[in-house]
Design a protein. Structure first.
Length: 153
């Protein structure tokens, strides 16, 4: 079985950058499309073609509130369920470094809830707030990740 990096981008989210040596698959929404349904369909195709997702990235947009948080939670749980089947799988949630404090709080809460699903796995979850490069300057490094793994008690 070959392994794949999957990037799922919410409409209006920033590109999370390169992870590892290659990115094999990107899923994104063109507005009204159901991103959860599209992501599940892409995962089904990967499974049928004997490809496993070891790293999944959910690039989050700036929307806050109960409806966006629920959609984001469903996507994150789907992706986490996929990477926990891989050895040392990783789920990375990303958002802009300019995110509102409400979005930061919502993403931290989501990350905390997702850690409940890590128990007994080798998977990990990271939350990253990234900065966009400034015009004419070298890109700034990503903000440090907040790793959470299933191997800690």
């Amino acid at each position: 079985m070959t392994t794949t990096v999957m990037i799922v981008m919410e409409p209006g989210s920033a590109w999370p950058g390169q992870v590892g040596d290659s990115t094999n698959l990107v899923a994104f929404s063109h507005g009204g499309e159901d991103l959860l349904r599209m992501t599940q369909a892409k995962l089904d195709v990967l499974e049928r073609s004997k490809q496993g997702v070891r790293v999944a990235i959910l690039a989050c947009n700036s929307e806050t509130g109960s409806a966006p948080a629920l959609r984001r939670s469903r996507l994150a749980h789907l992706l986490l369920g996929t990477v926990t089947r891989a050895t040392c799988g990783r789920l990375i949630l990303t958002a802009s470094g300019r995110s509102s404090s409400q979005l930061r709080q919502e993403l931290l809460a989501l990350t905390g809830h997702l850690t409940d699903d890590l128990l007994g796995t080798t998977a990990s979850i990271s939350l990253r707030f990234t900065e966009a490069p400034h015009a004419g300057l070298a890109p700034e490094a990503d903000a440090p990740a907040l790793p959470m793994t299933g191997t800690h008690a």
